[in-house]
Write a protein that binds this ligand. Structure first.
Ligand code: HEM
Length: 154
């Protein structure tokens, strides 16, 4: 897998451009919203999808083409999500299938980057829950302690 300075050149050579990224993001989140597990997690937090989709296009443009258009901080946004390793696997499964459809020979590049970022988000979320995941250990489901007050009640 290419790394470093050649990364963008390799991505461009495989056809990665803004049009491909826009199509990938829109197809992917259309699938996510239909998914029984992931759909409700997103729909509970995103009322207006167009700004989210544009931020995700900026994100992938920054990751794949190093355009520097994304300035957000994904970690704190994910830290409080009720997700587990199973959800990350599902996210990556849907992302991979969409990338295969939309990105042709560039699909492995997107999948590689998504996998690495997913792994770092999963480790980061575990950390915010006070868990230090061992090699190959996955983020367990979030279980509220019995009798604990809801976030909204605090
Ligand atoms: C279990 C898997 C995942 C779930 C359920 C999830 C869910 C979400 C949700 C609900 C938001 C919106 C947060 C908000 O605006 O309050 C969000 C934002 C975001 N997600 Fe994920 N996500 C997942 C995995 C990933 C992965 C693997 C990546 C990157 C490869 C990613 C990249 C992003 C980025 C960049 C944003 C932030 C956009 C911004 O700055 O507003 N997510 N995610």
């Amino acid at each position: 897998m290419p790394t470093g300075a050649d990364y963008v050149a390799d991505a461009v050579a495989l056809g990665v451009d803004e049009v491909m990224i826009d199509r990938l993001v829109r197809h992917f989140y259309a699938e996510v919203r239909l998914d029984a597990e992931l759909g409700p997690i997103f729909d509970a937090r995103i009322a207006d999808w167009e700004p989210h989709l544009r931020r995700m296009v900026d994100f992938w443009s920054s990751v794949m083409l190093r355009t520097g258009r994304y300035h957000g901080q994904p970690m704190p946004l994910h830290a409080r999500l009720p997700v587990s390793g199973v959800d990350f696997d599902r996210w990556l499964e849907l992302f991979g299938a969409t990338a295969e459809k939309v990105c042709g020979p560039a699909a492995p590049l997107f999948i590689d980057r998504a996998s690495r970022i997913a792994q770092s988000l999963e480790l980061g979320i575990a950390g915010t829950r006070g868990l230090m995941l061992q090699t190959n250990e996955r983020l367990p489901p979030l279980v509220a302690p019995q009798g604990a007050p809801d976030e909204q009640d605090v």
